[in-house]
Write a protein that binds this ligand. Structure first.
Ligand SMILES: Nc1ncnc2c1ncn2[C@@H]1O[C@H](COP(=O)(O)OP(=O)(O)OP(=O)(O)O)[C@@H](O)[C@H]1O
Length: 256
């Protein structure tokens, strides 16, 4: 008999109502480490709202959110970040009037304080800089370490967000449309980064994405939301072929 695994993240009957409108309607799903799940659905399906409920930006009207089995439904976004839920691409994590290096160093410092008190006591400035440098190299931004964030291109800002996310070392990583607004040459860099993240067997990755080529390139699993309800959940090939997805989302049949 094998022991049941505890999901790193789960939602149970998660629901939010805005007045009479149910934007997320009883969504139950479990997410495990080493799996990248892409959440798809038409405009207004509730994808971003679901993300907001998981990261704590919005309070649930009903249902619950669990992180490694612990109910975090009543916790705010800062506490959830501390516990291991990291979200990128809202561009709200960035300090525009600081340099690229300073932004990552703050994340490294924050992580050191939250997780490893001794490290925080002993780590000197040099150590923090070296760690920040490591994350900047991973996202190809080391050459721009001294640039002011406000002067970066949109693509570079997104890469910086990934560096900050990596520096915070969350167990659950959430990406909102990672390639939105990027130039063609910037897209592969970010996709490659997410590939790297997903190779880490300890990370649980969730992505909201519209572009089907990105979904195909990254997804281990696809969840489809429609009118706030989870209508399909499974391996990409199965979900892409399912009748509900063809009708409700893709519009045209996927080639077999
Ligand atoms: N704060 C809010 N107040 C009122 N209605 C909201 C709020 N946030 C979202 N909604 C509504 O909830 C529904 C789901 O919106 P949401 O942004 O989650 O969809 P989405 O699937 O992310 O869409 P898109 O792909 O266009 O980003 C929409 O009808 C939206 O108008």
């Amino acid at each position: 008999m094998t022991a049941a695994r505890t999901p790193s993240l789960s939602t149970r009957d998660l629901t939010i109502r805005f007045g009479g409108h149910v934007a997320v309607n009883g969504v139950t799903a479990e997410f495990y480490p080493g799996t990248l799940t892409v959440i798809v659905g038409p405009n207004g399906a509730g994808k971003t709202t679901y993300f907001n409920l998981v990261s704590g930006q919005l309070p649930a009207s009903a249902g619950s959110v669990h992180l490694a089995g612990v109910d975090i439904t009543r916790l705010g976004p800062a506490k959830r970040t501390q516990l291991g839920i990291g979200r990128a691409f809202q561009l709200t994590n960035l300090f525009p009037n600081l340099t690229v290096m300073e932004n990552v160093r703050l994340a490294v410092q924050g992580r050191a304080r939250a997780g490893m008190k001794m490290f925080s006591v002993w780590s000197d400035h040099k150590e923090l800089i070296a760690r920040a440098e490591h994350f900047l190299e991973r996202v190809n931004l080391a050459g721009k370490r001294a640039a002011w964030v406000a002067t970066l291109s949109h693509g570079d800002q997104r890469k910086l967000e990934v560096a900050i996310l990596l520096a915070l070392e969350p167990s659950v990583m959430m990406f909102d449309e990672p390639t939105a607004g990027m130039s063609v040459d910037e897209v592969p860099v970010v996709l490659d980064l997410i590939h790297q993240v997903k190779r880490d067997a300890n990370k649980t990755v969730l992505l909201v994405e519209h572009k089907m080529d990105v979904v195909r390139a990254l997804a281990d699993r696809i969840i489809v939301l429609h009118n706030g309800t989870l209508v399909a959940d499974g391996k990409p090939a199965e979900v892409m072929q399912s009748k509900i997805v063809q009708e409700a989302y893709l519009g045209t049949p996927e080639p077999a």
